[in-house]
Design a protein around this ligand. Sequence first.
Ligand SMILES: C[S@@+](CC[C@H](N)C(=O)[O-])C[C@H]1O[C@@H](n2cnc3c(N)ncnc32)[C@H](O)[C@@H]1O
Length: 205
Amino acid sequence: MNISRTWAMPHSDTFSVKPIGEFVKKYLANSKISVDPFARNKQWATYTNDLNPETLAEYHLDALEFLEGLAEQKVNADLVIFDPPYSPRQLAECYKQIGRKATMQDTQAKSWSDWKNAIANITDKNSIVLSFGWNTVGMGAKRGFEIAEILMVCHGGQHNDTICMAETRLTKRVPDLWESAPLLAFSHLQENPALEVLSTPPTSG
Ligand SMILES: C[S@@+](CC[C@H](N)C(=O)[O-])C[C@H]1O[C@@H](n2cnc3c(N)ncnc32)[C@H](O)[C@@H]1O
């Protein structure tokens, strides 16, 4: 794992901080299909989204809805950029800007883990996820990821560092058996009704 530290002035647009922008661009240079669910005005990825309609992102959906839509379209990203609000307070501020009140549910840790689970559904073995924030939780080993690089950017004074992390997925995504092999899925389910990977059988009609 490569760990480094540098200094740069803070900026509300994360990737406008020079070393952070360079970190992102280094991974984008080797990417064919990239996804940025919290893009704000950066049009760097193949698919860009931001809840705020006044930003330059291509889509203006809630990140979860956007990521689930990509999964339905069978998008397989080799790079996902995860630069969400870093705290419940930042999230509430983003929502306020678009006239939406953040609920208790919005600001719970579950929002961040739901986004990560949705990112896992559009990545596969060898995909890279870049995470930005104030900790090194990232996608984590539980979702099959290993840390490849950490860049700590100190902003001085009372500012928190921005921690930039690149993680590589080591595991293959479990195929949706109901789509690829429904008979096999049915027999697995009969043998073990608690099997989670099968999700739910398709409904008729
Ligand atoms: C940290 S900023 C991203 C900055 C961007 N990476 C840049 O370098 O300019 C987080 C962005 O997430 C957006 N956002 C907040 N909550 C969201 C949600 N639930 N779904 C989609 N976008 C959201 C905000 O509007 C904000 O632009």
